[in-house]
Design a protein around this ligand. Structure first.
Ligand code: MN
Ligand code: MN
Length: 466
């Protein structure tokens, strides 16, 4: 009788878990599809640098794909496509499934706010012949990264009569840009001895906005007056109108390819548009699903999901409850049968800084979408630790659909930590797990992702909604 000989290599293949480079498991056509998908993603990044712009872009894309604004109380039959705009800063989109909501919904939640500098309520001042805006940073930033780079001003000013003025300056080639100056190395001896955390302080993040006086008259505050005069002529606003404004300073550069092989994308705000865009496109490409598909693009994740446009508010629950009621179901029944991918980024291993990562559990660029069982810090604190049963389902779902995926843990135990919207979704009694794209230089003004991972995120969401 012949013995069945298994080589050591074969036995390893059978028993070891080893995620591969996405390019090694994709054919030429799939790689070309991934690259072409990322062209649309780069356009989205440039068009949607703030949460308000992301909502507008998402709704425009959705409307072009047959979505209509949700009408409270209306009954939506299977196949209906609706969206709910929450105050212009968050949006929920849904495709009603053949089973309605009786079997629960399939929810993908991503956030569309990113770290940035917000103008203070009274921002404008003049000092030593220069005019500045004072800022208060939003989200976790390394302050020194925001000096000496071109910046743009985006946002809205709402005047006392309720009329809104949109601002978007610094994005077109002919637009002026803004900057935070930094000290020259020749005089930075003392500054350079400071730790990175305090080398540039929060109150030093002042935006240079002008230097010529009104009427060319060299009197006190005439440079400030000149800026206000220009703003008044362009936007019809006065200094008091800053009090009712949301003006955000973001990097002025646009998304581009990175590397000789063009395998990566460099851009501002990829945390978390790199998940928001694939999630949105996947829902737009979902026709007649079994279960109702829901895509939430939320605000305020970077400051703890607080406020009524963040997922710690009840807006998603209210939306799903309203859909449930129209089918004669209770919101609680529907939510407890629902499942959610909390689509947020994870930190990719960076070989320049290997010390903070644990090589066996960290995610790597180009190994596909990252499934993160838990986040949190100091012993999973603040995390929604996804159940083994849910992870088994996700493994099956992704493997059956040929989704390239890997696991990930943010960094070494006790190296730091972070959280996502997962715990707020879990708070609604929904099964939820974090699934997202690995990012290099996360939260920097210019973040890096790999194109094949962006594509994997799209394929993962598509399989989830199908
Ligand atoms: Mn994020
Ligand atoms: Mn973040």
């Amino acid at each position: 009788m012949e013995e069945n000989v298994i080589t050591t290599e074969e036995r390893k293949k059978e028993l070891f878990y080893k995620p591969a480079h996405a390019a090694a498991v994709m054919d030429d056509e799939a790689i070309a599809q991934a690259d072409s998908f990322c062209e649309g993603y780069k356009d989205f990044l440039d068009a949607a640098k703030t949460e308000r712009e992301a909502v507008e872009e998402a709704i425009a894309l959705a409307r072009a794909n047959g979505f209509r604004e949700y009408e409270p109380g209306a009954y939506y039959p299977a196949g209906s496509k609706v969206y709910y705009n929450n105050r212009g800063k968050a949006v929920v989109l849904a495709v009603i499934g053949a089973l309605g909501l009786g079997e629960g919904a399939r929810i993908v939640a991503a956030h569309i706010d990113s770290p940035r500098l917000d103008l203070k309520p009274n921002p404008l001042y003049e000092d030593a012949g220069e005019a500045f805006f004072k800022t208060h940073y939003y989200g976790g930033i390394k302050k020194y990264q925001w000096t000496a780079i071109p910046l743009a001003l985006h946002g809205v000013v709402v005047k006392k009569d309720g009329s809104a003025v949109r601002v978007r300056l610094g994005e077109n080639p002919e637009d002026p840009k803004f900057v935070i100056t930094d000290l020259l190395p020749h005089l930075a001896g003392e500054q350079m001895k400071k730790p990175l955390a305090t080398g540039v302080e929060g109150e030093d993040l002042n935006i240079l906005v002008g230097s010529r006086p009104f009427d060319r008259s060299d009197a006190a505050d005439n440079i400030k007056l000149h800026i206000l005069d220009l703003l008044n002529r362009s936007y019809g606003i006065t200094e008091a109108d800053f009090l009712s404004a949301e003006l955000e300073i973001v990097p002025a550069f646009s998304a581009c390819d990175i590397g000789f092989d063009r395998s990566m994308i460099g851009a501002y705000g990829q945390d978390d548009r790199v998940c928001a865009y694939p999630a949105l496109m996947a829902l737009l490409d979902t026709e007649e699903p079994e279960k109702t598909g829901v895509c939430v693009l939320t605000d305020k994740e970077e400051i703890g999901s607080e406020g009524n446009t963040g997922l710690n508010s009840d807006y998603l629950r209210f939306f799903i409850e309203a859909l449930a009621r129209s089918e004669g179901l209770s919101g609680g029944e529907v939510l407890s049968r629902s499942c959610c991918l909390s689509a947020d980024v994870n930190a990719a291993f960076d070989p320049i800084y290997p010390g903070v990562f644990e090589k066996q559990n960290v995610s790597y660029i180009n190994r596909g979408v990252v499934v993160t069982k838990y986040t949190g810090s100091r012993g999973k604190g603040g995390s929604s630790d996804a159940g083994a049963e849910l992870l088994a389902e996700v493994r099956r779902l992704f493997d059956d659909a040929g989704v390239c995926w890997q696991t990930g843990e943010l960094g070494k135990v006790d190296a730091g930590g972070g959280g996502t919207v997962a715990r707020f979704v879990a708070g609604m009694n929904v099964d939820v797990v974090d699934v997202g794209v690995p990012v290099l230089s996360m939260h920097a003004p210019f973040e890096v992702t790999a194109k094949l991972d962006v594509w994997a995120a799209y394929k993962a969401c598509l399989a989830f909604f199908a």
